[in-house]
Design a protein around this ligand. Structure first.
Ligand SMILES: [Ca+2]
Ligand SMILES: [Ca+2]
Length: 218
């Protein structure tokens, strides 16, 4: 009886500890400085973001004129040189991840000539395949004093799985291609960490110790 209980314990430990599990992340940009990301790289929720140029995290006050508003902080790609309005993100541990969708908005109110028309995402999978998808901004943007929804929520197609990294780029403005990003929905597969594997080995020793003890008693 003790024998089968130990085997059952081992089976449960193997199932729980060794199985990869999905780890969902929502990138909200609430934890980075309110203004002027002076570093070109920052991390949030296990993902590293690399800005092509100095970006803004705002939502409280982006100056005059005001910016898109959703009541929280977001990432504002503002006044990057024309043709260079891009940033990228990847997991800090280099593992693959899935990208489900995000919220997109324009830039500063009353500067519509700087608003990107199209946001393109270009991703490379862990197997080296490149996939793209584009999203059109509605150019409804009345800022934090306005009554309209400045951000739109977009869903990616089903191809954006097992990704190594994603590049986000803005196109179609007369100049600069400003846009805003928030609430990036991501998921990654987590594998057992060394500490978990150590616990698993301890469990194995426990189980086989019991087996030897049972064998000697019989
Ligand atoms: Ca936010
Ligand atoms: Ca809008």
């Amino acid at each position: 009886m003790r024998f089968s209980l130990a085997t059952l314990t081992l089976f449960i430990l193997l199932t729980v500890t060794a199985s990869p599990s999905a780890n969902a992340s929502l990138i909200t940009f609430e934890d980075i400085p309110a203004m002027n990301i002076s570093e070109s790289t920052f991390t949030e929720a296990g993902y590293v973001f690399e800005m092509n140029k100095k970006a803004l995290s705002t939502g409280e006050d982006c100056g005059i004129p005001t910016c898109v508003d959703n009541g929280s902080k977001y990432l504002l790609i503002n006044y990057f040189p024309t043709g260079e309005s891009f940033f990228s993100f990847a997991r800090t541990d280099g593992l693959g991840f899935d990208f489900f969708g995000f919220d997109l908005g324009e830039g500063q109110v009353n500067r519509a000539n700087n608003w990107a028309a199209t946001i393109e995402i270009s991703a490379v999978t862990m197997t080296g395949e490149t996939i793209n998808q584009s999203f059109n901004l509605d150019h409804i943007n009345d800022g934090d004093a306005g009554i309209f929804e400045d951000f739109q929520t977009f869903t990616t197609n089903n191809d954006f799985t097992n990704l190594a990294f994603v590049v986000v780029n803005g196109f179609g403005a007369q100049d600069r291609n400003s846009y805003s990003v928030d609430n990036i929905q991501l998921s990654s597969v987590t594998v057992p960490e060394p500490a978990s594997i150590f616990l698993l080995l301890l469990a194995l020793l426990f189980v086989f110790g019991n087996r030897i003890t049972s064998f000697k008693k019989s």
